[in-house]
Structures are given as C-alpha cells and as structure tokens.
Write a protein that binds this ligand. Structure first.
Ligand SMILES: Cc1cc2nc3c(=O)[nH]c(=O)nc-3n(C[C@H](O)[C@H](O)[C@H](O)COP(=O)(O)OP(=O)(O)OC[C@H]3O[C@@H](n4cnc5c(N)ncnc54)[C@H](O)[C@@H]3O)c2cc1C
Length: 427
C-alpha cells in the first residue's frame, strides 16, 4: 500500500513516520527546501533563529508520545513572567516552581496580581490538573475573556497579565479565542515546562523526519499543484514541474488555505499572523530566564524572549539573543518594524543604563513576517473542524486544521490520520 503525504510539517511527518513504521510504503513531498513547516530553525551568523518565536510545552501529550524529549536537549524558561507596564517591570512568579529565589522577592512587591487573583490562579491550576483533557475540551464554549471574567479575575489581572500572555500564545490580545484553548494551554503550562531545544525548535522536525530521510522517503522542493482523480478516487498529485505522482491514497498535510485550494473542501477560514525581530546584544537586557510581557495598551512588541539565556545553543559566546515577538504582520517596511520594536524596548528598559546601551548597539539579525501562523479559533469552532477522512475517496487530511492550532494538535492530527488509513486500507 503506497501513501503519498503532501507537506512535511509536524503533522505530515508524524503521519508519514507512523505509517512507515507500520510497514506502508510512504512518499512525503515538501514544497520548501526543508522539513518542519512552521517549526523550523535557521543558522544565521552563528545564531539559531526559529521561524518566528515559539515554544514547546513538555506536558503536550502527543509530544510525549512522538518525541524523544531527552534527545532534544530541552532548555526551560522559568515559570511566571516579567510584566512591563507603565514604566515598571514586575516579576510574576510561581512560588511552587520558581528556581530563581530573587524572583520571589520581586513577586512579593508586584501589583499586577492581587492576593485574590493569586488564589483564583491557584484554584484554577488545581482544578484543571484534576481534569482529563477530553473533559476540559468537551461541553459548551465561550471566549477566553468571558471565561476569565466568569472565574472572577479582576480587569487589572486580565489586562496586565492574561492579555499579553495568552494573547501572545493565541495571537489575539482581545482574548476572543475559545476558552477550550485557554484551559488546555493553562493545564499544559501548569503541568510541565515551557521549553526550546538547545539547537532550536527545528530540532523537533529533524527528529520526526530522521527515519523517513534515512529511508529515502522524503522529497524536498517538490510542490503539489493539483490532485489527480480517477474514477472518483483521489489517486495522486500533479507537481509544479508538470510530472505526476500516484499512490493508493493521498494525505494533505498542508496549511488550511493550501488544503482548501487543492481539495475544495471546507477548512477553518482566516489567518492570524505573527512577526518577530531577532536581535543580539553584547550585554543582557535583563537577568533570568523568564519571558517579558509588554502589558502596555499600545504595545507593539508583545513578548520579549531571552533565547540564549534559556538555551545557550542559540547564540555564540559573548552574545545575548532575544526574540521580540509582535502579534500580526505589519505592512510597514522592515526598518520601520525594527524601529518601532526598538522604541518599545527602550521604553521598557528606560533608566537602565546597561540595557539602553546594549539596545543602542543591538545587531538586528532578521525580521520574520509570517502571515499564516495559526488559524483563528473562536468559541465553538473545534467540534466543527474537518475530520481526517474526507468526502473524497482516497483523500485524507492531516494538519492542525483537524484539531486545533498548535504543535500538539498537529502531531495528534498526524497520529489520527495514520490510524484512519490503517483502518481503511490495511496493509
Ligand atoms: C510564529 C509562530 C508561533 C507559534 N507558536 C506556537 C507555540 O508556541 N506552541 C505551539 O504549540 N504552536 C505554535 N505555533 C503553531 C504551530 O507551529 C502549528 O500549529 C504547527 O506547526 C502546524 O503544523 P502543520 O504540520 O499542521 O502545518 P505546517 O507546519 O504549516 O506544515 C505544512 C507543510 O506543507 C508544506 N506545503 C504547503 N503547500 C504544499 C504543497 N502544495 N506541496 C507540498 N508541500 C506543501 C509547507 O511548506 C509546510 O512544510 C506557532 C506558529 C507560528 C508560525
């Protein structure tokens, strides 16, 4: 049985590797020059730059099944965050998990989280820990904002912490994203670590693809332009060079817009963009391994991630690498984006001589603009997402679009797609 998988992102890789291990003949074609899709890293002047800022949660169940986490040499962000707001920087910490004792002192002085909000946070973490994932994803849905209000969180906590923190994860500071995403991510963060591999997020895709590459099952720089249907059965794809590839079944593991273009099937609509300014300095902008959240209402940079402090493999000796993540994709030119980001960072580190000098001399390594980073996930969307099986015989779907927009969901979709094929087309 020969299965053709279109797209070498996390979902396509998991699907292809699962089928390959089960004894199917697989061919995975990938349009770009490397595997990983949205999870890739590049070496730039000795630095490791991911394609946009992103992280892995070690509690992701599919990541635990699919990845050898030890071999990835994972490095963890410290729990909590630093919140920059109104000219101040306040440390939010997790008293049970924080490894940095000085953070606790700062946290005691923080005004972002009132004692009542702290208690609500603790209660929520405990409640979600006790719940099975399937249960917290079941039932009625509402927006994250409505959920936070219903849980009694103060407007201050919502605006100064939840908006930048979960807004950064969902690429939506309005918090109109489904509360199911919020519950799932909150549970993942409270049950495990937030990490990056020391060699970059692309190491995840490299690990997933290694067996397939070694077996010669991967073709890079190979774009599918159309499906080939024979007797109402999808039998293959046409390639950009005009040639054709045939198989017993085809899996589309492409992002939603490309899946819609190739198949004509309904997929989640819209796109959420993300940008990232990668900058390197000779001196650290701040100490520690916490994410810094920009809680100012007019924030341009949403999150500043101290990449090399967390994972030294990201920068050569003597350099400090930061990812300044911006929600959305501006149509302004690159130099304007950089200038706007630097203004934000100067505002955050005003009156700090070392940081101000470091910023003034920062090297800008790259600006990433990713128009399709995730699909929007408004309340109620998840039960209506497409299935791995489609109405077109011979055609299957893998990819975040069948589950939710995350690395875990993409892996889960790859697993479920392989399961469906094994049931429908026994070897
Ligand atoms: C900036 C950014 C930050 C993110 N942050 C996080 C995070 O912190 N945590 C998290 O869990 N998730 C995060 N995500 C989301 C996560 O990366 C995605 O949900 C996941 O990687 C999607 O995987 P996929 O395999 O479904 O799709 P993709 O990774 O998009 O893979 C699809 C592949 O198909 C290929 N392709 C497209 N068209 C064709 C064609 N015609 N022929 C052949 N190949 C084709 C593409 O080149 C690509 O390699 C983030 C995403 C971005 C961009």
């Amino acid at each position: 049985m020969h299965i053709l998988i279109i797209g070498g992102g996390v979902a396509g890789l998991v699907c292809a590797r699962t089928l390959h291990r089960a004894g199917y003949q697989v061919t995975l074609i990938e349009a770009s020059d490397g595997l990983g899709g949205r999870v890739r890293s590049d070496r730039v002047e000795g630095f490791v730059l991911d394609r946009g800022f992103q992280v892995l949660f070690t509690a992701y169940p599919a990541a635990q099944r699919q990845l050898n986490l030890t071999a990835l040499d994972l490095r963890a962000f410290d729990p909590g965050a630093i919140v920059a707001w109104g000219g101040r920087r306040e440390v939010l910490t997790d008293p049970l998990r924080d490894r940095d004792p000085s953070a606790l002192i700062g946290a005691a002085l923080a005004s972002v989280v009132s004692p009542a909000d702290k208690l609500r946070t603790l209660r929520l973490a405990m409640r979600l820990r006790q719940q099975m994932i399937d249960n917290l994803l079941a039932g009625p849905d509402q927006s994250t904002l409505a959920e936070l209000k219903a849980l009694g969180f103060s407007d201050h906590m919502i605006d100064r912490f939840f908006r930048p923190f979960f807004g950064g994860i969902f690429l939506d500071r309005s918090l109109q994203t489904s509360a199911k995403c919020f519950r799932f991510n909150f549970k993942m963060m409270s049950e495990g670590q937030t990490v990056v591999p020391n060699r970059g997020m692309g190491a995840i895709a490299e690990q997933l693809g290694a067996e397939l590459v070694a077996a010669g099952r991967v073709r890079l720089n190979t774009r599918a332009t159309a499906l080939i249907t024979r007797d109402q059965h999808v039998r293959g794809v046409q390639l950009a060079d005009g040639s054709e590839l045939f198989a017993d079944a085809v899996v589309l593991a492409t992002p939603a817009p490309e899946t819609a273009r190739l198949s004509g099937l309904p997929v989640p609509e819209g796109s959420l963009g993300s940008s990232c300014v990668w900058l390197a300095t000779r001196h650290p902008l701040y100490r520690g391994k916490k994410l810094l959240l920009n809680a100012n209402d007019d924030a341009f940079v949403n999150t500043l991630a101290p990449m090399s402090a967390v994972a030294p493999g990201y920068a050569p000796a003597g350099w400090y690498l930061y990812a300044a993540a911006v929600i959305g994709v501006s149509d302004r030119d690159e130099s304007t984006i950089v200038a706007r980001a630097i203004v934000d960072l100067h505002r955050i580190f005003a009156n700090e001589a070392v940081a101000t000098t470091a910023l003034a001399n920062a090297r800008i390594l790259r600006v990433d603009r990713i128009p399709f980073a995730q699909f929007p996930q408004p309340p109620g969307i998840h039960p209506n997402l497409p299935d791995n099986r489609t109405s077109r015989p011979g055609l299957y779907l893998a990819g975040e679009l069948t589950e939710a927009s995350s690395i875990n969901a993409a892996m889960l979709s790859g697993e479920r797609c392989a399961e469906a094929i094994r049931a429908d087309l026994p070897r």
